[in-house]
Design a protein around this ligand. Sequence first.
Ligand SMILES: [Ca+2]
Length: 210
Amino acid sequence: MPLPLMRFPGWGDETGDSVNPKASETLNQVALPVVPYDTCKRMDYSWFQVKTSMICCRYTQPDELQSVCQGDSGGPLVCQDTPGGPWEVHASGCGGLKDLTGDDGTISSLDYPSTYSNNPRCQWNIEVPAGKLVNLHFSGFSLEKSQLCMNDKVSLTDSVGSLGTYCSHVAPGDLVSDGNKSHISFSCNEKVVDTGFTLTWRAVDPTQAH
Ligand SMILES: [Ca+2]
């Protein structure tokens, strides 16, 4: 039986210029064949550890800019197992933006503490009750180390500005937002992965914060 074809719609870059990517003006889609696990797991084929839980879709040869990256990450993955069969929608990346409200919770990179996948783009908005502040505590943190965290990074902001951008293997110390909202984004490039991060967030009174 031929392996199924996967379709990825996305608004990502079409120029191939990773330094100055430009969002597409139309919604594109690319159909990519599924690559068998035994091929995908080879170190000369993938730059990172491939797990049996992953689906690998790619052309073997250079593919005239047909790929899913540079703005497409987090979009849906649509699959047809058999010709003429139903199309199924699966997640790709980590599903984009999530809104979290309440007094506390946890956030982790996908599959933590197993390795995260390449090219995810995940974002979380945290909102605690009015008058409280958001305390962020990382209990695990290991991202690819790169200069200025250009490759893989966790960026934190609050209503005033940046709370920092972090990578490598040292967890940021506890952070407290200015105001009752905080935004976290996690993005990675297409090579080299690590275990990712996990953090707990909770509402604190301004008097407890410092
Ligand atoms: Ca990376």
